[in-house]
Design a protein around this ligand. Structure first.
Ligand code: DPP
Ligand code: ZN
Length: 881
């Protein structure tokens, strides 16, 4: 596919003010009449041909101002409809197209999922419904008439507010929807089908009475109230936190079972992957509840950050996604525990965004070029994009940040905006020059900040020296230019190793934040009597790697005495990571010893558990969880041996499990749920379950016999899916008959629950044993598996490639071959999901030479396939590039 560059952006030559759609739904022959009110764009080129985007459309009829266009004036191309010499005044085009929703396996445009008609138009699916100027800076007011067979599709939903509805003859009926807010085509949606419904009402701060409804597969209504309530809570929160009210009379959410993404923020009609709507204690884990809440909030918040203010072009994707992730993170932090949520955010960033930023798919938060925009819905755009907004708030303070947000919404409401527009609002509000800060959007790669501290007892000063170093990232999507220093907010404090108070002061630290703007800088604290331990990047105040050599004793001081919960957790993580790395670097497996860092960690965790495990179980569960294999691999960076990392981490787990056994067993007792206790998905209850299950996991690592007995008992007696699945996951690490029996029993119990079987697929795919490749191949033949369903594919193949480093990176290449083969099969059906799967190869250059060669062979085999989709060919090209 050709490359598209930000620098080449030009306004559209034509604009569309109004769209009237008449959609006659039919399983294989859906007909769409689009009546478009067009006019030349004063900012475009006068007299240019009108080029409407189209993809896999059958054109049935075309009228220009009520007449067939002159012969030769129209050209139908494979991916466009061209009108030569269009009128130089406003004009109307009426276009009739036909599509086949049942054959649409790409799940872009109009398709059928479990018999329900639905749409997905972001980024460029609307052109698969009708010919259109399918770009986000063309915004129109839509009126949609939907007609369908009454039996097949009694529910008909569109964007905006409902209008007329009624019978349409021959067993058919219709409904009209009108959306008064101008929007880009990617926010268009319609739904038709047989659906169950739950509903509630919400009155906005402006007094608008809104009906909120969640539509699900009939019979699944009892699993919808949690999502419904999350919508109402999101509406209330956006009013309080950002002053943003809802702006239509209805807000509809529809759950479908075949969906490429998590969910989609179509105006007034959010369409969701049912995985992120349906919840019951017996089918959804605590993590599912948290995700549902977060994604409902995310899509709802897009109504302002994305819909009312949309993006000028797809390079600005972070403008809506990074900002909206930040907003949903804040919502979840308010609804749950802020420190615990912050740790979860950072774990995601490190597990997904840091590796992306370190490999061939690295790109700036605002990429400079792309070939396939669907491949840029990435951890960098979303998660690093959110971190940039968070840094802006840290730098400006909450007052100026909120003021800047208000200005942004006021200035850009109803427009298609840019990152520059966003920053301009904060610059105007705060009076600050944000030009250097803007580099965060343009420079790819994870910065490293090296820090060293020096205490001068005579002068009673403590000096911290900082140095930032930035990788030069040369990829297609990045500029490749030498990086310039970033503006890095460093939230920090000094901690007394004994737990006392430190009096030190520096006038360059404001509200606990020092701003590092130059490549090198240093900071002097006065009145410091004894050498303190610096607590740096509190709350993870910037998305950087910190190079700061601390002794185990200093890390322990932070774990025990820091006032910042994030850095307390970080201290335990760092100790764990150093313990893993020192074992890996030592090479020989040194029997079962944990090494000095492992010993230190054990002692620290014992003290921690004694002092406060029960005070905040969710936090304690995170402190007890070692950094993952992938994080250790990132730290090593080159010639990685995934087996060595895995062994080192397992040994450390075993060691911790042994040292802490009595405490862990006592915790399980103390946290046991009384029989018959009512279920609550709230953060406190989830935290107790999490700590109980982390305890089980470590106990099982230390004593497989005991672990098997406890886990089998828990699988059988569990009152929640959280407990049942956690025990089953523990069992998957303990080879033997008990495991296979438990897996078979689980499959039998949930045979009619595809979303639960997804969890069953996922944990089996993650089993770190050589038999797993064959197991996964076997599961691909399971009746519940379907290559056409993205959730199934992600659960089985995605989990294998992302959660099973030793088997994906098998030395014989069988893991790579499995994934590459799945990508090839899937590409003909669903290129977007195929391309996403292939990104698992992102860090292939990091592994040792033997594996590297196998990975390259697998990638080259994909690249050699003729007729690859643009999606997969883009990923494979950049991965090998
Ligand atoms: N539906 C995706 C999201 O909300 C893309 N907009 O992030
Ligand atoms: Zn989003």
């Amino acid at each position: 596919p050709p490359i598209i560059r930000l620098a080449d952006y030009r306004p559209s030559d034509y604009l569309i003010d109004r769209v009237e759609l008449d959609v006659r739904l039919h399983p294989t022959e859906t007909r769409i009449t689009a009546t478009l009110a067009l006019r030349p764009n004063p900012k475009g080129e006068a007299g240019a041909p009108l080029v409407l985007d189209g993809d896999e459309l059958t054109l049935l009829a075309l009228d220009l101002d009520g007449q067939p266009p002159a012969p030769g004036a129209v050209e139908v191309q494979p991916r466009a409809l061209v009108l030569h010499q269009p009128p130089r005044r406003p004009f109307t085009l009426a276009i009739e197209t036909q599509v086949n929703p049942s054959a649409n396996t790409k799940l872009m445009g109009l398709y059928r999922s479990g018999g329900v008609y639905c749409t997905q138009c972001e980024a460029d699916g609307f052109r698969r419904i009708t010919y259109f100027l399918d770009r986000p800076d063309v915004m129109a007011v839509y009126t949609t008439r939907i007609e369908a067979d009454l039996e097949e599709a009694p529910v008909l939903l569109g964007n905006g507010n409902p209008g007329q509805a009624g019978p349409a003859g021959e067993g058919r009926h219709y409904a009209v929807w009108h959306d008064p807010h101008p929007k880009p085509a990617y926010l268009f949606a319609l739904v038709g089908g047989r659906l169950g419904r739950v509903a509630t009402r919400f009155t906005t701060m402006e007094g608008r009475d809104v009906e909120i409804a969640v539509y699900v597969e009939p019979g699944k209504e009892p699993r919808a109230p949690y999502a419904l309530d999350a919508v109402a809570r999101s509406m209330a929160w956006d009013e309080t936190a950002f002053g943003r009210p809802y702006d239509l009379d209805v807000f509809n959410v529809v759950a479908v079972s075949d969906f490429n993404m998590g969910a989609m923020e179509n105006k007034g009609l959010n369409i969701f992957n049912d995985k992120y709507v349906l919840a019951s204690p017996d089918t959804a884990t605590d993590a599912d509840y948290a995700n549902i809440e977060a994604i409902i909030a995310h899509e709802y918040f897009h109504n302002w950050s994305g819909n009312r203010v949309t993006c000028r072009d797809w390079f600005q994707l972070c403008l809506k996604e990074g900002l909206t992730v930040f907003r949903d993170q804040e919502f979840s932090s308010d609804a749950r525990s802020r420190p615990v949520h912050r740790i979860a955010e950072v774990r995601t960033l490190r597990a997904r965004q840091f590796p992306e930023d370190a490999g061939p798919l690295a790109h700036p938060v605002r990429p400079q070029a792309y070939r396939e925009i669907n491949n840029f819905y990435t951890a960098t755009v979303y998660e690093k994009g959110a971190e940039i907004v968070r840094m802006l708030r840290t730098l400006l303070g909450p007052g100026a940040f909120r003021g800047g947000m208000d200005r942004y919404f006021a200035a850009c409401d109803g427009t298609a905006a840019t990152v520059e527009d966003f920053l301009a609002a904060f610059a105007a509000e705060s009076g600050r020059d944000l030009a250097a800060f803007a580099r965060w959007y343009a420079q790819a790669g994870t910065p490293t900040v090296a820090v060293s501290g020096r205490h001068d007892p005579a002068a009673r000063t403590y000096t911290l020296a900082f140095r930032q170093s930035l990788p030069t990232v040369v990829t297609e999507a990045a500029s490749g230019a030498a990086p310039l220093p970033l503006v890095i907010p460093v939230a920090l404090g000094l901690v007394d190793p004994g737990g006392g108070a430190v009096a030190g002061r520096s006038d360059r630290v404001r509200d606990g934040v020092f701003v590092l703007e130059a490549e090198e800088d240093s900071l002097v604290f006065t009145d410091v009597d004894a050498a303190p331990v610096p607590s740096l990047f509190r709350g993870f105040s910037a998305p950087v790697k910190v190079a700061h050599a601390l002794t185990p004793a200093e890390r322990l001081a932070l774990l025990s005495h820091d006032s910042d919960p994030f850095n307390r957790w970080q201290a335990a993580q760092s100790l764990g990571l150093e313990a893993i790395l020192s074992r890996v670097r030592a090479g020989a497996p040194q029997a079962e010893e944990a090494g000095p860092r492992g010993e230190a960690l054990s002692r620290a965790l014992a003290a921690f558990l004694d002092a406060e495990a029960l005070a905040d179980p969710a936090f304690a569960a995170l402190v007890l969880t070692l950094p993952g294999d992938q994080e250790a691999a990132q730290e090593i960076g080159t010639e990685v041996d995934p087996d060595a990392i895995h062994r080192a981490r397992q040994t450390l787990r075993t060691h911790l499990g042994r040292d802490l056994a009595a405490r862990l067993a006592a915790l399980r007792e103390a946290l046991a749920e009384p029989p018959g206790a009512p279920f609550s998905p709230d953060a406190a209850s989830a935290g107790r379950r999490a700590l109980r299950n982390v305890a089980l996991d470590l106990l099982a690592a230390a004593d497989p016999g005991l672990g098997t007995r406890l886990a089998v008992a828990q699988v059988e007696a569990a009152a929640t899916m959280t407990d049942r699945l956690a025990a089953l996951a523990v069992l998957t690490l303990l080879p033997g008959e008990a495991r296979e029996r438990a897996l078979a029993g689980f499959a039998e119990a949930y045979r009619d629950e595809p979303l639960v079987l997804d969890k069953w697929f996922a944990i089996q795919a993650a089993i770190p044993e050589p038999g797993t490749v064959a197991r996964v191949r076997g599961l691909m033949e399971h009746p519940a598996f379907a290559l056409g369903n993205p959730n199934r594919v992600r659960s089985l193949i995605g989990s294998f490639s992302l959660n099973n480093p030793t088997q994906f990176h098998r030395p014989d290449g069988a893991g790579y071959d499995l994934v590459a083969e799945a990508v090839r099969h899937l590409d003909g059906k669903n290129p977007q999901v195929a391309a996403r799967l292939l990104t698992a190869f992102n860090n292939w250059r990091m592994v040792e030479a033997g594996r590297r060669q196998k990975a390259e062979e697998a990638l080259r085999a994909v690249a050699a396939v003729t007729g690859l989709s643009p999606d997969v060919s883009d990923i494979v090209g950049r991965s090998l590039g």
